[in-house]
Structure formats: structure tokens, C-alpha cells
Design a binder for this molecule. Sequence first.
Ligand code: HGY
Ligand code: MN
Ligand code: MN
Length: 412
Amino acid sequence: MPVTPAAAKRIMDRIDELAKISESPDCLTRRVATREHRMANDLVASWMKDAGMQVREDAIGNVVGRYAAAERSTKTSSIMLGSHLDTVINAGRYDGMLGVLSALACVESLHEQNMRLPYAVEVVGFADEEGVRYQSTYLGSRAMAGRFNKLVLSREDEQGITLTDALTQFGTSADEIDSAAVNPDDLHAYLELHIEQGPVLENGNTPVGVVSSISGATRLMINLTGYAGHAGTVPMNLRRDALAAAAQCISIVERNCSTEAGLVGTVGRINAKPGAGNVIPGDVQFSIDIRAASDSLRVERVNTIVEEMSSVCASRNIEIDIENVHEAASVNCDALIVKHMQSAVASMNYDLITLPSGAGHDAAAMADIAPVGMLFVRCREGISHHPDESVTEDDAISGAQVLMQTVLNLCD
Ligand code: HGY
Ligand code: MN
Ligand code: MN
């Protein structure tokens, strides 16, 4: 029972429709609890309803469609498919959205052929996987998994708006966050289709891959406090230059994360104050993102980096404050689901590649309450988190077909 041509065609059309919903006229950016998040949710909800689904939106802003099981079915749990609807800044249009729309295409195909499965099928568009607005990723899926960190509610965005206030403006309430949690007994499996965001499938010349595991991650926010001063009059040896200290810290991250394959470290954000060219920066804030397939290696390397940064700052008479804003352990995908996905790939006569994910995904959070599986779809040159991110229509359709076949395999 394939994904119908009509449903498959809609995937790419809808990718383009969602890509028009952006906070910026110049690039694609859509963060949690913004006006654009509301517009995207409402559009996806309308598509879900057209596919015969009952639609709900939970307290963190996840939109969830439910396609009921066959009437005589005795199964009480559902198969949930989905990914996220938020984006990074200046994003590509497939990261997250391809997973939600491929899942929707599967349900549309069932609906168009008037088919019902033994399990209800749910499609979720998570509210915030990237963590751009509040520096903490998986907000949507962690709320659904009942693992939401409430400390994030008081965190402010760049306009000084707390997540609590943003949720109120969005039409929900931070007080209701606990109600977003789904009972693990209600979930048979969570399956996520996502672009690979890497070059392995393209090099392997195959459109769809099966994910074996999702790397763990640590995200830190570092604040360095020195002393602002006149760029022309303060001798170099008397300075407490927070940006020069940050530069040394960034080199520490790069050096310590360049030693083993699969270990990566990134400083993606930095903000130096007061930000005038003729003033020695007194305050600097920057982010650190460390990933590795091995949790012990990641934790050990984070500790080394923290120690080395602390001693650099001590030698420069700079105060260092370190906040751990996100911690996620590596997650193995469920062995049975991996098998179902591998046989779905084989049934399409595609070469099989099973690979780990260096990127984080909502499936990592959903693994706390359900067996999870992930499919990767080939993307050009592995480019992602960039407007040049691209997927061919054929590969998008192949991904949806394998996802559909996996759902059917799970029902056997
Ligand atoms: O950062 C990540 O790995 C994902 O794109 N949020
Ligand atoms: Mn992403
Ligand atoms: Mn993503």
C-alpha cells in the first residue's frame, strides 16, 4: 500500500508553502511561540483535518493530528510519526518540515484509500526542537515526554520576553505544561523521518537510510566578565579583556574536539559588550555545543574544556560563569523498529545504509516514553541549517514510501 501520487506530490508543494512563513522577509526563521509558529500550526492543522484527523494543540504548542484505528481494533496505543516545525535562523526548508509532511502524506494515503490500521496513527509537529529562542532544545518533545525543564520558563529571549509570557501571547499557558505529557502506554512507537544533514547517503548513492543511534549533546552558555576600558589608553598587560579571553576559550573548544572522530564542538553564538570598536570588551557571552556518540567521551571532554577555560580566565583575572542549558544522552533506536525500517528499505530495492545521527532530533526525547526509529532522507552535499539545504522530489517520495511501509510492518 504505497503513498499515493497525490499525497506524495503535496509534500514538496507544502514544504514551499511552509517556507513562506518566516519571521524575516530575507530568510527562513520560525521560532517557538511566535506569530509565525501560530500560522504554521494553523496551516498544518488544516491539512491534518483534510486528511481525516482529529487535531489538538498542547500547552507547549505542539500540533497533533490523530487518525483513528479500525473500529474493531483492540489496540489502545498509537503509532506516532512526526518531527519539528520550528527552524534555526536563516534555515533550510526541509529540516523538521520534511518529517512532518511525509508523516502527513502517509495518513493522507490511508484516508484517500479509506484504509484503517490496527493502531491509530498520530502526526506531530513539535513546537521547538532547535532551541533557538530560549537556548534549550527539544522543548516540544520533552514536554510531550513529561521531561520539561521548568527553569526554561523564566528564560528571556533577545527581546526580554520570557517563555512564560511568549506562551501566554501564543494563546496557551505555562501553568498547563504538565498536561502536554503523553502516557507511555498510549504510544506503540514514535517514528521520525528527517533529512540526513550529512553526506553519507549521497556518497552511498541511496535515497533513504536507517538511523541506528542519536548522538548525545551538551550545550553551555558561558559568561565572561572583565573590565571595559579605553582602547587607546589601557596598556595590554593591565587589561581585563573579556573578548580576548573568549578567543582563547574558543580555541580550547576547537582543540579538545579535534581529537576523535564523531566528537564535535561548536561555538555558534557570541555577544561582546559594550560592542564599540574603541572600547575593550568587559562582558562576553558565548555558546558551546559538544556532541559525541559516546556519552563518557562527551562528559569527559566537557570537563576538560571547562577546566582549561577556568584556568585561562584565572590567569587573565576574568570571571567565568558556566550555565548548562541542555544535556541529552545518546539514544539507541529500537532494534525491532530498525529491522522493520531495514526491511522496508529492502522492499523498495534501495541499497541499505544504517548510520548514526550526529544531529539531535525529537526522537531522542521521545525515547523516554516510546520505542523510537528514524529514517534519513538524502540531502544535497549534506548541507543543512542553511538556505541551500535541498532534497529532490523523488527522494522525498522515497522517504515517505519507506515510512509508510515501516508503519505497515509495525502493524503486522
Ligand atoms: O542541533 C541539532 O542537532 C538539531 O538540528 N537541533
Ligand atoms: Mn536542525
Ligand atoms: Mn531537525
